[in-house]
Design a binder for this molecule. Structure first.
Ligand code: GLA
Length: 644
């Protein structure tokens, strides 16, 4: 097993004379896998049904001769202009009712029959031609499924999905609470997607559209997967993209890909980008069920995320790559191999920048390419984690509705902050699905699990009963899967387990003091400790003296409730109390342990600007040297030790 190294290769943007140089440079850089053809539909099918494969034949042969494997893409994320001319009805419609035009990418609706046919058609043509090409390592269906549409095809499919889910209009009316604001439906045909409307949208309609859209996109992926599978036994995947705009339940999709692949472009400032790298990698590993997954795209250097330009200082690209690999990635791939000369993303960094191969960026790329083969032995191992954080896409979507009691409530921010606290304590965490078997974890953290099913509540209660330490965050357990409040006092589904009862929320605009000396932010609640012990209290303000943090013994376990967003120091105290941890090296060394049978490896990634000394015994793989107790990880550098 080896680690994959490479990126998106878009030869159709270049003169054939460049292709030969590309392959030579790939060899120099240690590249062994490239994704080809993601956006080449108009080059492959210049007119309906007329294919031009000559250039791709040549490219794949060149790559094969150079020892570079191919992750061959179906180009369906960007239909050619002729497709939109012939099928204007397949162009996507925004929630505001604007039909988008050609000129960017992702200008299609997955519900449009003509689009689905055309996508199957080009996938079939590629599969028939390249199923036995020796360079083919993997199929890459589409690109970053996520584009939403609100057209009439989508409306029709949505109604079909709702009929399946609810069976009857009575059941739908109840789930959607349509008695409110006179929304009661008497005909299926009256139901529309949550398009732009006068005021707040129905929360369940909104959530169901996201659930539906995830299923609909998945159906479009499965269409292509079936076509490819008819012709080829190679692994099939698609690159997951993560973001608030993406209605894809990756945890569910993961069952349909042969390897979970993610694109990751951290956009936080400063050390936030490193926290975010670990966050995305840990999520990918959760979707992959703990098994290896693949970082399909990242930026080799700077990029513009719309808000600002993100720089990757020397060494940072390698550390981010290593952090992904440490956390389970089967390699490190980039968007893209060669920086484009023109086009919408021409200033996006690449492995070969505009300056050419005689550049610091390319030298750094080649340097990393020379290191990864020395780490190949970790490829099949799994990450060791004793703490889990719950992740639920549906809860996130529910909290993206416009009905919440405070616009500061933010599911993703709450989960990120929990993850960040453990990252800063250098504790590796897994993300876990609400229905996962949690018994192997010492600690399970549940940030703002607003929407929760009875089954999830039972799963968490059973975890505590049998000895687990559960930490439930504020604004959890409030609604059921229909986004209907669980009556009788918050935190509804968890009130009994936590031994607390809340009658009223107190969203915060600033901070509130805690008796321990800490501070709470974002949110607070009027907590009554019914059968729980009070760990910390609000000090001052309307909740003065009321419980802020509680703890209850249940069976052989403990259930904590944290009713506000804790400041970093107070959260760090809680983390060290729960996980008994703290950064041993003092600085910013990220430590991740991997295991395969009796063999363990430790990754040390030093994000700080001072050398760090870490305890280690074994063989350091990058330098190939024995380590006998202490290892210096240079500032901005990394080391990987196979433990003795
Ligand atoms: C995504 C896409 C790529 C490219 C990059 C830019 O990951 O898949 O085509 O647009 O973003 O960051």
């Amino acid at each position: 097993m080896s680690l994959w190294y490479g990126g998106d290769y878009n030869p159709e943007q270049w003169d054939p004379a460049v292709w030969k140089e590309d392959v030579d440079l790939m060899r120099q850089a240690g590249v062994n896998l490239v994704t080809v053809g993601v956006f080449s539909w108009s080059s492959l099918e210049p007119a309906p049904g007329e294919y031009d494969f000559a250039w791709l034949d040549q490219v794949l042969d060149l790559l094969h001769d150079g020892g570079v494997k191919v992750d061959l893409a179906t180009p369906t994320a960007s239909p050619p202009p002729w497709f939109s001319r012939l099928h204007p009805e397949a162009l996507p419609v925004t929630a505001d009712g604007v039909r988008l035009t050609h000129g960017s990418r992702d200008t299609y609706c997955v519900c449009a029959p003509a689009y689905r046919d055309a996508a199957r058609g080009i996938a079939r043509a590629l599969a028939e031609r390249y199923d036995d090409h020796p360079a083919l390592a993997m199929w890459h269906v589409h690109n970053e499924y996520g584009t939403t549409c609100y057209c009439t095809f989508a409306a029709e499919r949505f109604r079909g999905w709702l009929r399946e889910r609810y069976g009857s209009l009575d059941r739908l009316n109840e789930a959607w609470t349509t008695a409110f604001w006179s929304q009661r439906y008497a005909e299926w045909a009256d139901i529309e997607p949550p398009r732009a409307t006068q005021y707040l949208v129905n929360p369940t309609q909104y959530l169901d559209y996201r659930r539906f859209w995830s299923d609909e996109l998945l159906a479009a992926y499965l269409d292509q997967k079936a076509v490819l599978r008819e012709h080829s036994a190679a692994p099939i995947t698609t690159n997951f993209v993560f973001g608030g705009w993406v209605p894809v339940n990756h945890a569910r999709w993961a069952a349909e890909v042969d390897v979970v692949a993610i694109d990751h472009y951290p956009d936080h400032a400063g050390i936030g980008a490193e926290e975010q790298t670990a966050f995305g990698a840990d999520l990918a590993r959760a979707w992959a069920g703990g098994k290896p997954w693949l970082l399909m795209e990242q930026a080799a250097g700077g990029l513009n995320t719309g808000e600002r330009w993100h720089t990757k200082e020397p060494g940072r690209m390698a550390r981010h790559s290593l952090s992904h690999v440490a956390r389970g990635s089967r390699g490190a791939l980039f968007f893209q191999w060669r920086a484009s000369r023109g086009g919408a993303e021409m200033y996006h960094s690449a492995m070969v920048p505009h300056a050419g191969a005689d550049s610091a960026r390319f030298r750094e790329v080649a340097q990393l390419g020379s290191v990864l083969p020395r780490l190949a032995e970790v490829a099949g191992s799994t990450v060791v984690a004793e703490v889990a954080i719950l992740w639920d896409a549906e809860c996130w979507w529910a909290m993206q509705g416009t009905h919440l009691p405070s616009s500061s409530l933010d599911y993703l921010a709450a989960v990120r902050s929990a993850h960040r606290h453990f990252w800063h304590a250098d504790v590796t965490v897994d993300f876990a699905a609400p229905d996962a078997d949690l018994s192997s974890y010492r600690v399970v953290v549940v940030p703002s699990l607003y929407l929760v099913s009875d089954e999830t509540a039972e799963n968490l209660a059973a975890y505590v009963e049998s000895g687990g330490q559960l930490v439930v965050g504020y604004f959890s357990g409030i609604v059921d899967p229909d986004v209907r409040v669980r009556l009788g006092g918050y935190p509804g589904a968890f009130a009994e387990l936590l031994g607390v009862r809340v009658e009223e929320f107190h969203p915060l605009s600033g901070e509130v003091a805690l008796a321990s000396g800490g501070r709470g932010r974002v949110w607070s609640e009027d907590v009554e400790a019914v059968s729980a012990e009070v760990v910390d209290r609000y000090a001052g303000g309307v909740l003065d003296g009321k419980p802020a943090v509680t703890r209850r013994q249940v069976g052989t376990g403990t259930a904590w409730y944290v009713s506000t967003e804790l400041d970093d120091d107070t959260a760090a105290d809680l983390v060290s109390r729960l996980a008994g941890a703290g950064r041993s090296a003092g600085g910013l060394v990220e430590t991740v342990r991997r295991r395969d049978g009796g063999v363990t490896w430790v990754f040390f990634i030093n994000h700080g600007d001072a050398d760090a000394v870490v305890p280690a015994v074994g063989t350091e793989l990058v330098a190939g040297a024995a380590v006998n107790g202490e290892l210096v990880v240079p500032a901005g550098g990394y080391a990987v030790v196979r433990e003795a």
